[in-house]
Design a protein around this ligand. Sequence first.
Ligand SMILES: *[C@@H]1O[C@H](CO)[C@@H](O)[C@H](O)[C@H]1NC(C)=O
Ligand SMILES: *[C@@H]1O[C@H](CO)[C@@H](O)[C@H](O)[C@H]1NC(C)=O
Ligand SMILES: *[C@@H]1O[C@H](CO)[C@@H](O)[C@H](O)[C@H]1NC(C)=O
Ligand SMILES: *[C@@H]1O[C@H](CO)[C@@H](O)[C@H](O)[C@H]1NC(C)=O
Length: 296
Amino acid sequence: MAAATFPFTPSLLLLFFIFFPALSFADRCLPNDKTTLLKIKNSFFNPNVLLSWDPASDCCGWYVVECNETANHVIGLTILYDQISGSIPDAVSDLTHLQTLRLKKLPLLVGNIPPAIGKLTNLVSLQISWTNISGPVPGFLSNLQNLMFLDLSFNKLSGSIPASLAALPNILEIRLDRNRLTGSIPDSFGQLPRTRPSLILSHNGLSGAIPASLGNVDFGRIDFSRNNFSGDASVLFNASKTTEIIDISRNKFEFDFSRAGFMAGSLITLDLSHNKIWGNIPLKITDAIYLQFLER
Ligand SMILES: *[C@@H]1O[C@H](CO)[C@@H](O)[C@H](O)[C@H]1NC(C)=O
Ligand SMILES: *[C@@H]1O[C@H](CO)[C@@H](O)[C@H](O)[C@H]1NC(C)=O
Ligand SMILES: *[C@@H]1O[C@H](CO)[C@@H](O)[C@H](O)[C@H]1NC(C)=O
Ligand SMILES: *[C@@H]1O[C@H](CO)[C@@H](O)[C@H](O)[C@H]1NC(C)=O
């Protein structure tokens, strides 16, 4: 019996490969994901960079698309350095398993950050940077409860920072630098999670005092430079903080630095220049490797 079945098995396999090549190799891509990606391509006017997005091929093999190896959902979309034009399409919200969305160095990308982005609740990393995206930093970004990295730097965003952003329980980094933001830092930012978040807000038109609530947060890195902040920033310094980089230069801060607490030796960079800050530097802080203090 064994001898009789032997020649049969390979030819059956061969037939299988001849008649079902798609099943055996080609499409890992889920049909809904493919349809959605093609809508996105179309809304960007079918740019050259997305030439490989051919409906006849497996979308998991398309340029800049990343799929989950077992479930085959699209989990990553990264479009960098291109002349893609148009705005972020609503169709993006149909990529419901997306964990990473990066749109960077796309100078012809315009319009607002659409509510569709707020539906991508699996996002861990959202980067929209070096584009011509304008309008507000939307409050609905707080729907993205898995978000660890939010980078909206180098755009033309305006308006104020939404208080709801503080309600991102896993956030490690918020970058809103190099926009046209105004208003002050919301009080709610004192409720940022205990993840040693970095808060990068430099090169905007932000103003007002640093809320006292920020004293509760152990930041990893703070860059508030080149804004119009005023008042006392000494809440950013105390002995139990492990902040490594603090740049509050080029603002209108005005306070006696002797009132700032010791930092327990974690600081690598401290830049207080171009403010009206006076007084002595607490001893521990002079360990900082890079220090600019009272320069005006
Ligand atoms: C891929 O999907 C499976 C099933 O949904 C999940 O268990 C796994 O963690 C996912 N892997 C990644 C890298 O997302
Ligand atoms: C995008 O911004 C750059 C730099 O500000 C500018 O030169 C360019 O014209 C803008 N493009 C559009 C489509 O607005
Ligand atoms: C700071 O405020 C002054 C007016 O008080 C304004 O002229 C200036 O443009 C502002 N600077 C920034 C960086 O927004
Ligand atoms: C010092 O910083 C820690 C951690 O950021 C905070 O919990 C504490 O309340 C701060 N203490 C004072 C006196 O501000």
